[in-house]
Design a protein around this ligand. Structure first.
Ligand code: DHB
Ligand code: FE
Length: 323
């Protein structure tokens, strides 16, 4: 039997009480947002005639997500991260802040404090038996094409099995994570290994939610970047290596046409030797354009819980997904 009680005065008064409207303490914005959230959910329960069984099974899924600290994994899968990017893009456009390499999502697997080097760094520990050598390089420039020396380029990516160090305890500390400061010509270069695509672990709570939607949890091979320099807008972005079956079918919705890069396979032994490599390798070139800004708040990444970024246990825990 379908009943609809949402619009009754009892329910409307009840929602105000639940959201603390009649209480002097608490946070006004939290009250407003909770009131709206609960109202939308109560209405949904009425409209879809949600049964108690369905409601409690949803509570179970939320508990499983929380137990596995998986909300940060599910968030991109449900499009929230990309939606926030779309809002930041729209805000930039409205403020006529244009130019620069496009942003895309950070994802949940950044770890702060990676080793820093100037100009060049080797990112892999040499222990991945399936690791194919990647030569990753590029120039950081302003929107007039002028090189930016001393820019901070933070790079992180998965190994040949799609795992990220720290979250995958079998990898060494900070494997495939480095901060490279650009040289006098604005260039950065990393020796690393070609990352594999990433998949949400089979059977985890995030996977269960995606399966219920008939969706997969795969990401194409990608490389994450934070790029910053004083006087320029901080950039959070990623590149995708072209040719991956998931390039335009990314469960995290992070792909942008401008950020798909074709690696160049180089088989010339002399070229390899010049770089101190043996055998063939793949060169990936990603040049970055940063837009100038005077606003200090646009020069740094926005705050969120990140692994090892803060000493606060709560932040660490929230950032640390079990993947
Ligand atoms: C997820 C994993 C990633 O490596 C990434 O870049 C974005 C999202 C995830 O599991 O949600
Ligand atoms: Fe990633």
């Amino acid at each position: 039997m379908t009943v609809k009680i949402f619009d009754t005065p009892e329910v409307q008064d009840f929602l105000k009480t639940v959201a603390g409207f009649d209480q002097a303490g608490g946070d006004e914005r939290a009250k407003q947002i909770m009131h709206r959230l609960l109202s939308d959910l109560f209405r949904l329960i009425d409209d879809f005639d949600v049964t108690p069984e369905e409601y409690w099974s949803a509570v179970s899924v939320l508990n499983a997500l929380g137990q596995g600290t998986q909300f940060g994994l599910l968030s991109p899968g449900l499009g929230f991260d990309h939606f926030l990017d779309m809002r930041m893009d729209a805000a930039d456009e409205a403020a006529r802040r244009n130019g620069g390499t496009p942003r895309t999502i950070e994802g949940p697997l950044y770890v702060a404090g990676a080793p820093e080097a100037v100009g060049f760094a080797r990112m892999d520990d040499g222990r991945d038996p399936d690791g194919e050598t990647m030569w990753l390089t590029g120039q950081v420039r302003d929107t007039d094409g002028k090189p930016i020396a001393g820019a901070k380029v933070e790079i992180w990516h998965a190994d040949s099995k799609g795992g990220y160090s720290f979250f995958d305890p079998s990898q060494s500390e900070y494997n495939l994570r480095r901060t490279i400061v650009t040289d006098a010509e604005g260039r950065y270069t990393a020796r690393s290994i070609i990352p594999s695509g990433y998949g949400v672990p089979e059977g985890c709570a995030t996977d269960q939610v995606l399966k219920a939607l008939g969706r997969h949890g795969e990401r194409p091979a990608h490389i994450h970047y934070f790029i910053s320099a004083p006087g320029y807008r901080h950039l959070t972005t990623q590149i995708n290596l072209a040719g991956d079956p998931y390039t335009f079918d990314d469960f995290a919705f992070a792909t942008r046409e401008e950020l798909v890069i074709e690696g160049q396979r180089i088989e010339d032994a002399a070229e390899a030797e010049k770089r101190g490599l043996e055998g063939l390798f793949t060169e990936v070139v990603f040049d970055v354009e940063l837009a100038a800004t005077d606003a200090p708040e646009l020069q740094t990444r926005h705050a969120r819980p990140r692994a090892k970024e803060s000493e606060e246990a709560v932040s660490e825990q929230a950032a640390t997904a079990q993947v």
